[in-house]
Design a protein around this ligand. Structure first.
Ligand SMILES: C[S@@+](CC[C@H](N)C(=O)[O-])C[C@H]1O[C@@H](n2cnc3c(N)ncnc32)[C@H](O)[C@@H]1O
Length: 225
């Protein structure tokens, strides 16, 4: 799982204990994904999961979209909060390019009894989102973007069309390990450059209100006006 930048292990541990315990299916997803090795860093942390759940509650999300499902942790955290509010009417559409990673998600979603409430769409999210905009433009309550960083700009425009007024768009990894604050990295690294450009775009975009937070590896929030 990912780690919060700049927090000592003791403080991370304190934050984890201060939050409520994860659903057992979330805990199993985290443990088994950790066992996958280095790639497990792609998974959000438990406190980011709690944060996503709070965001879903704050916008009373009934329909959500996620770009970047991996082994299913963030999707499961989100749908659990949504189901708590809206029961069977809660729906999450998950977009990912990998059958392999997302294939692992199913057992955690099954354990939590939410598989029927998550629709997984495999393919490049640029195309998946374009199709969703046609079918569901202006109806989505919350979108979590956590996939290829050079795609964030395109995902942002699609997300803006997808969410309703007052809907929330969240981008993960906007600090990119801190490299966005290093002009040399911004110059030479495409992912860093894309994330720095996104932050500038949103800062100037009158269509949204924003909050750039330092939670985890940075979460940028944009609320559609
Ligand atoms: C950082 S991980 C997502 C982590 C997940 N949110 C979690 O908390 O476990 C990024 C995911 O984006 C997917 N991905 C990468 N490029 C993509 C693209 N062009 N379209 C859709 N998904 C993509 C990868 O397969 C990977 O599963």
């Amino acid at each position: 799982m990912s780690r919060s930048i700049g927090l000592s292990p003791e403080i991370v541990e304190y934050v984890r204990r201060a939050n409520r315990a994860e659903h057992p299916a979330l805990a199993r997803c985290r443990t088994e994904t950790d066992a996958m090795g280095d790639v497990s860093r792609m998974q959000i942390s438990p406190e980011q999961g709690a944060f996503l759940q709070m965001c879903a509650r704050l916008v009373s999300a009934r329909t959500a979209v996620e770009v970047g499902v991996f082994t299913g942790y963030s999707a499961l955290a989100t749908i659990l909060a949504m189901r708590d509010m809206h029961g069977e009417a809660a729906r999450l559409i998950g977009c990912d390019i990998s059958e392999d990673y997302t294939g692992k998600a199913r057992s955690y979603w099954d354990e939590a009894g939410v598989t029927d409430q998550i629709e997984l769409r495999i393919g490049d999210a640029r195309e998946t989102l374009a199709g969703l905009v046609d079918a569901r433009g202006g109806t989505v309550d919350m979108i979590f973007i956590d996939a290829d960083k050079t795609g964030y700009d395109a995902y942002y425009e699609a997300a803006l069309s997808l969410v309703r007024r007052g809907g929330l768009i969240l981008f993960d990894n906007v600090l990119w390990g801190g490299s966005v604050a290093d002009p040399d990295r911004v110059r030479v690294d495409a992912d860093t450059a894309a994330l720095a450009a996104l932050a500038e775009t949103l800062r100037a975009d009158a269509r949204v209100d924003i909050a750039f937070t330092g939670l985890g590896d940075g979460i940028l929030m944009a609320l559609k006006r």
